[in-house]
Design a protein around this ligand. Sequence first.
Ligand code: G3P
Ligand code: CA
Length: 261
Amino acid sequence: MSASVSARGRVATYAHRGSSGMAPENTAAAFALAIAEGADYVETDVQLSADGELVIIHDVTLARTTDARLAFADRAPWNVHDFTLAELSKLDAGGWYDDDFAGQHILTLDELLDLLGDRIGLNLELKSPAVNPGLAHTVAARLRRRPDWIEPGARPLVVGSFDEQALRDFHAQLPTVPVALIAYDVPASEKLNDLAGWVHSVNPDIRRLRSEDVARVLEAGMAVVPWTVDSPALWRWAVEAGVDAMITNYPYALNSMLRDG
Ligand code: G3P
Ligand code: CA
């Protein structure tokens, strides 16, 4: 078997929060870089603003990846869902990473879909549904207005979550969109057989993944897409284990390894 090909075909690359090893996560800069670097998908995180808009950000607070501490000093602990879209749009989401990226802003889901266009796939994580009630329903309703992303044969889209109930809620709304269950550990085989009826892929934590876990998911009929796989040693291990794709902060380097060995 070639180093670049899993047992079931070519290994796809997912740029985690965009090409976030080289640019501030979940910004237009990181997504544009992922496209330029030839990733197959961007992986990203969606949450709800205070006024029910869908915004692209990983943490449940703004403290780490924006200048909210300065811009809204009296609003600690800066929970995303306490801010309106108008307020979120004023924040700098790039300067924390490097001055060169100052001025990047928090994207809405629609802005992200427009930015990606037909140039790359999207792995959209329903992030922290417990603090974003109605998230699955809101995302499904918004995607329904974007047939370019949800019609069978349209742009590649996978919706994922750690939260199985949120994923079930989304699947009930838009059953033709593939869904991914994100997990720390691969579930027991009996559970995998249940999931196989409606789940496209299991996305496990690479730090806890064993090759027998990969085999069990494949045997159940689902794909395996581990996160977050960032070293050549782990890339090679995962290829040999037979994963279908890898979520990485360094898609350019992963693609180079997959191409050149
Ligand atoms: O989609 C898998 C991975 O992104 C889950 O972890 O914390 O980076 O969202 P996290
Ligand atoms: Ca994520």
